[in-house]
Design a protein around this ligand. Structure first.
Ligand code: ADP
Length: 469
């Protein structure tokens, strides 16, 4: 993985993009050039053919107007086009009657096949290579007034000028196309390079994170709001989440070991005391054993809470059944009276009837947690009030209010975090692990509800559980 990122791959995306784009352009240009060439060549050759045909017609008409075509002369017009047009008239036997001055002593070839064709009264075209030049020839019959074919006329033009022009055109297309393709390749490489640069940066950052195992790294730089920008954003978001998870994990391990260290140290100290002879003193023996029992109980609570939390993390598994919330609240109230032990007053406030779909055990655990917290953080003679309101919007609100120490605004969001305790020393004395509210909130959320707090320092707190009816 790592090597893939650090050494350039043999076929980079940039290369592939440029290559295919250039190839496509080259093919398109080639098709265009071939088509263009064919159309132009055809037009030029057609024009030659038309000219030959019209000149031949005029010549034939001239001959047919004479009394004896086999003794006629070529008309003056062939002399006018002297240098470009070659013309000759032959008898049906092939003897030359007359030829244009441009031909000199040369005779235009008249293939036998064409002569037969002419004798049958048909005209036709053919090409003739002579002295390295290509001649286009039109051969047509001359009729006597009686209608018999008595002679033939050939009119010819050299195709060299057209061939030379087409050659220049081909060369221009080739050179122009070549330059266009080269420019496109260069431009394509530059553009795709620029477009892919952010991707390279993202890959670099990712490999830096892997190498340095540093989750703090982010992709920075302003990316446009396009696919690449979205990728960078998503990547950063993902890194944030990963980092969060990783930190939580680390903090959990640190917290758990910290929480276990205190009771273990106490147990260890007491065991040492007993070893050193305290066991022979009944008063000290009792004290040490009591301390050990308390610490073991605290550790058991912690382990139980941790297990609950692990379960909650894996997604709380609920056995959903209709739960009469008012009955459940009554049970919680009775247990609260026992916990409060008369130190604080526990009251049942407004209570509607409400049924929700939920897990009765978990809901009771949640409420007991809120109530025991309320009792624990309320001074003697304070009041804890439990209430149940059925709201018209389809929600049930369960509230646990106390007149206790309250929670400072900056702590209110954090009390739901794992192991978070406002006053560490004090609450540990109270036996809290700092996991209770965290578990309570996951139970509430697993029921599709929510758990929140409203509190004023020194005046008291109200915890509010909302559940869908
Ligand atoms: P603990 O087991 O320590 O009570 P919790 O998660 O239940 O852990 O509570 C976290 C912290 O929130 C407590 O340590 C305490 O500081 C604060 N807290 C919870 N309930 C109350 C309350 N009713 N009044 C004041 N503070 C509270």
């Amino acid at each position: 993985m790592l090597r893939r990122h650090s050494s350039p791959a043999p076929m980079t995306l940039r290369f592939r993009l440029t290559f295919w784009y250039t190839l496509l352009l080259a093919v398109v240009l080639l098709i265009f050039a071939l088509g263009f060439h064919a159309v132009v060549a055809r037009a030029l050759y057609n024009e030659v053919d038309e000219m030959l045909q019209s000149q031949a017609q005029q010549t034939v008409a001239f001959f047919e107007a004479t009394i004896d075509p086999t003794r006629g002369r070529l008309p003056i017009l062939t002399v006018v086009f002297a240098s470009q047009v070659f013309a000759q008239a032959t008898t049906v036997d092939g003897a030359v009657i007359d030829r244009s001055p441009s031909l000199g002593q040369q005779t235009l070839l008249l293939p036998d096949e064409m002569r037969q064709h002419n004798l049958q009264g048909e005209a036709g075209f053919y090409n003739w290579q002579s002295d390295g030049a290509t001649l286009r020839i039109f051969s047509t019959p001359v009729h006597s007034p009686q209608g018999a074919v008595v002679a033939t006329v050939q009119v010819a033009r050299s195709l060299d000028t057209i061939d030379a022009m087409l050659k220049v055109a081909r060369l221009a297309l080739l050179v122009g196309g070549g330059i266009a393709v080269a420019l496109a390749a260069l431009g394509g490489a530059l553009i795709s390079g620029a477009a892919l640069r952010p991707l390279n940066q993202i890959a670099d950052t990712a490999s830096r994170i892997v190498r340095a195992e540093d989750l703090d790294q982010r992709i920075d730089g302003a990316y446009p709001d396009d696919e690449v920008g979205q990728l960078a954003d998503t990547f950063n978001e993902m890194m944030g989440r990963l980092q969060n998870l990783f930190n939580t994990q680390q903090r959990l391990v640190a917290d758990v070991s910290h929480e276990l260290r205190t009771p273990l140290a106490t147990i260890q100290g007491n065991v040492d005391l007993l070893r050193r002879g305290a066991s022979s003193d009944p008063a000290m023996l009792g004290e040490s054993l009591e301390a050990i029992v308390q610490e073991v109980a605290r550790m058991s609570r912690l382990v139980r809470d941790l297990l609950l939390l692990a379960e909650a993390d894996a997604g709380v598994r609920l056995t959903l059944k209709p739960v009469e919330l008012d009955t459940l609240l009554l049970e919680v109230y009775r247990e609260a009276l026992l916990i409060a032990h008369g130190r604080v007053k526990v009251r049942l406030g407004h209570e509607d009837q409400a049924q929700v779909l939920g897990d009765a055990d978990r809901l009771k655990q949640l409420l007991l947690n809120l109530v025991s917290n309320a009792i624990a953080y309320t001074p003697t003679d304070g009041v804890v009030t439990i209430g149940l309101h059925r709201r018209p919007d389809g929600w049930v609100r369960v509230s646990v209010a106390d007149t206790g120490v309250g929670i400072a605004p900056e702590d209110q969001a954090r009390i739901f975090d794992r192991f978070w305790r406002v006053d560490r020393a004090r609450t540990r004395m109270a036996g809290g692990s700092g996991l209770g509210l965290s578990i309570a909130r996951s139970i509430a959320e697993a029921h599709g509800g929510s758990l929140s707090v409203d509190s004023e320092l020194g005046k008291g707190s109200t915890f509010e559980l909302l559940l869908p009816l």
